[in-house]
Design a protein around this ligand. Structure first.
Ligand SMILES: [Zn+2]
Length: 442
């Protein structure tokens, strides 16, 4: 006769356990790519962008040394020198608006590095940073506006990643977008995203870096970058929203999964700058170009330094202690910016080398029961799929089970008590972002 306590323990141990996660290697990031990110070059590029005096969207377009025209030509030339084959001025005629009293032609600079796998090349991943700047007066198109941290830092990151990816192209396509008109209401990115949406472009993730060079203010941490994401897409219809409310999935939209993906990549590679995931679309009283992509139905996140000094941001350049004070290059930390760039690059490599995320992911809720069955549709290029789950109160996925190359898996876990999702993987160890499993009847 077994003692009652021991019988309970044996019974617990006999419960069917969920299968373990897929036994995948930690994929090596191409060493040459990682090493190619240079703090010195990032700092030099920030200084060059600041040297155009102002990059206000309405500043001089014809002056070869000062104003947004000179800046965008320099960015264009950098993309070409990086070896990007498709480099273009992405110009949009924007009508009158609150910060564009006469309307304007707003010119983004973009470069495309095509995917090397013809079956994956239609998948687009975006690296975005606005290159326009402003000072204390959003309408001052002539005064000094060096915009070193906001956002020469992000534009320099875009250029540095373009150099790395052009030298080592990825299976999926990467679009590098230095956007204009951000300070005038996100107009450059918004027009670009609207056009992409109207053409049905398959933009699967947007990594927007804005204010990523200066973590020095009080509370700042040189080992952390904040990653902001919206909870749910604005573009969801009433029925889809009702289903997500019923499933308790208010914090599991595609942009949230992307933010968690960035965090996973930072942990996997023990990166110098890791993600502080913030469950909020952006900071208070501020906006960014990721929102222009979000508003058009695309998953997008914003990288921003761990803390900000509002006395320098959008400020007129003055002097303190005999030195220039404001958003000047002296406050940008090249080593930190390089850390943020490496996290962006690693995220991009994982996204572009992973298969596309599984489709039609659902949790089968056709009967009451204590098991959970997940189903999904296969995607090209996937060697297998993992089901992931977490407590409903956890912020990140904590558990995974390997489903092999099946398209369904039943787990001895209660669907009522946990959140579930599915991701695809390759044998080399690249995993896609997770797709949340909403309830389905079959
Ligand atoms: Zn900005």
């Amino acid at each position: 006769m077994m003692a009652p306590a021991l019988a309970v323990i044996v019974a617990l141990m006999a419960q069917p356990a969920a299968p373990p996660p897929a036994a995948l290697p930690v994929p090596e990031l191409p060493a040459a790519m990682g090493r190619s990110i240079s703090a010195e070059r990032l700092s030099a590029d920030v200084a060059t962008l600041a040297s155009f005096g102002t990059r206000h969207t309405l500043s001089a377009e014809q002056d070869p040394r000062r104003g947004i025209g000179a800046a965008r030509q320099w960015i264009f030339d950098q993309f070409v020198a990086a070896g990007c084959k498709a480099v273009a001025f992405d110009a949009h005629t924007v009508p009158k608006g609150p910060r564009l009293p006469d309307g304007a032609t707003v010119v983004n600079v973009m470069a495309v590095v095509g995917g090397t796998d013809p079956a994956q090349a239609d998948r687009l991943y975006y690296v975005v940073g606005h290159y326009d700047s402003r000072n204390a007066d959003a309408m001052d198109a002539v005064g000094e506006a060096p915009g070193a941290n906001d956002n020469a830092s992000g534009a320099a990151l875009v250029l540095e990643l373009a150099r790395a990816v052009a030298a080592h192209p990825l299976p999926a396509t990467v679009v590098f977008l230095a956007s204009a008109g951000e300070e005038q209401g996100l107009v450059g990115a918004r027009r670009h995203a609207e056009e992409a949406a109207s053409k049905g472009a398959k933009i699967l993730a947007v990594l927007n870096s804005d204010i990523v060079g200066d973590p020095s203010p009080r509370g700042g941490d040189r080992t952390v970058v904040r990653v902001f994401s919206e909870a749910l897409p604005k573009t969801l219809g009433v029925e889809a929203l009702a289903a997500l409310r019923a499933a308790g999935a208010e914090t599991d939209g595609p942009s949230r999964q992307l933010a968690r993906f960035v965090d996973d990549v930072a942990r996997l590679h023990s990166m110098d700058v890791r993600a502080r995931v913030v469950y909020r679309a952006d900071r208070f009283l501020r906006g960014g170009d990721h929102s222009a992509f979000n508003d058009n139905g695309f998953a997008a996140v914003r990288f921003t330094a761990s803390a900000e000094d509002y006395s320098r941001q959008h400020a007129n350049v003055t002097e303190r202690d005999g030195r220039p004070y404001g958003d000047v290059p002296a406050f940008v930390d090249g080593a930190y910016l390089a850390g943020v760039a490496r996290l962006n690059l690693a995220t991009l490599v994982h996204l572009a080398r992973a298969p596309g995320a599984p489709e039609r992911v659902r949790l089968v809720a056709d009967a009451l029961g204590n098991d959970t069955t997940l189903r999904w549709a296969a995607v090209p290029g996937a060697d297998g799929y993992e089901v992931v789950w977490r407590e409903t109160t956890d912020w990140r996925w904590t558990h995974a089970a390997d489903a092999g190359n099946a398209t369904s898996l039943t787990l001895p876990l209660s669907k009522d008590d946990l959140f579930f999702g599915v991701r695809s993987y390759t044998r080399a160890g690249y995993r896609s972002p997770v797709v949340f499993a909403g309830a389905g009847r079959q």
